[in-house]
Design a protein around this ligand. Sequence first.
Ligand SMILES: [Zn+2]
Length: 218
Amino acid sequence: MRVALWLAAEVGEGGRFVKQQLREAMPGVEQIDRRMRDLRPAGWAIMTYRDRAGLAPGELLLEKIGLPVWEKEHRSAGLRVITASTRRKVFERDGNRCIRCGILAGEIYPDETEVSARLTVGHVEAHKYGAPSGEENLVTECSRCNETAKHLAAPRFDERQVWDEITELPRKDKQAVLAWMAAGKREPSRVERVMSHVWQLPGVQREEIFRKLGRSLS
Ligand SMILES: [Zn+2]
């Protein structure tokens, strides 16, 4: 947990740093990225320029210092690692979309001009430390929804604004919003389900379907 100690001592909450500084501070420590990621379940928040405007590419922001994982009683929090294969399975199960807002990996947020979504794995049980990290307790969330759930990001809209937007929707869309909220997650539409199957076909077969469909509609 030397990475955590270094961050707390040398960078401090709200401080900026670059990976190279970390590498130089602890020569021989491998997989610096992974070590930083492993601090997340213990409540640490390290942001990149993709998460925060104003950061240069390569620059990192220690937004929040989480549990002191170097202390014996908190050591397990930082060790609760989600393996790459679990992460992959959870993403696949959820269709590579944030289950809260529905955005796909790499897609630009509809309400922002150039921020693209990065998927992360969140906990169903609202980020209770020590909660089981099996697949059944994990969900795909984009980093934005994940931070909102953890109260790391300030709310960007107030209730009235959002309510006004909802009231302007046609009835059918209002029902969709209600259903989405009730489910607590996004159910892919029939079109999306079909398309995800289309994309799993080899290219030649996909082209054949494209031609057939075009003909049937002309
Ligand atoms: Zn989201």
